[in-house]
Design a protein around this ligand. Structure first.
Ligand code: SF4
Ligand code: SF4
Length: 119
């Protein structure tokens, strides 16, 4: 196995599980609180401020970030997503923990229900 020089001595990077992929997930990390930090350029209509004045991505009643496309489960502002999202490593410990929690809990994995409109 070869390790890229940039991650040669990064325990976190080395702990990535390459078998984990977003394609087999339900964007569970997009249900987490995502704070907007200096340098982020997220449109203000997608954010809210908490009781401490901290700006964060708004989440809908279903629990997912408002910037998530509910049909594709992909980020609609991917190129302008917050730094917090950029740093969230697919297959990393935090990712795996969120997935384990989500898919392990009763009812997990079927949170989104598409209801056909038969007019
Ligand atoms: S980063 Fe992890 S938790 Fe987030 S969508 Fe991808 S696999 Fe799921
Ligand atoms: S901004 Fe995009 S990547 Fe970040 S939580 Fe929202 S949908 Fe997910």
């Amino acid at each position: 196995m070869s390790i890229h020089p940039d991650v040669a001595h990064d325990p976190y990077a080395e702990s990535i599980d390459p078998s984990v992929h977003c394609n087999t997930c339900e964007a569970v990390c997009c249900r987490l609180t995502v704070y907007i930090l200096a340098g982020d350029v997220v449109p203000s209509w997608l954010t809210v401020h908490d009781e401490h004045g901290m700006e964060q991505m708004e989440r809908s009643d279903d629990g997912w970030c408002v910037a998530l496309d509910r049909n594709t489960m992909r980020c609609t502002i991917y190129e302008a997503r917050p730094g917090v999202c950029r740093k969230f490593a697919m297959g990393g410990p935090y990712c795996r923990d969120e997935r384990d929690t989500w898919f392990g809990k009763p009812g997990g994995g079927i949170a989104i229900t598409v209801v056909a409109d038969h007019g």
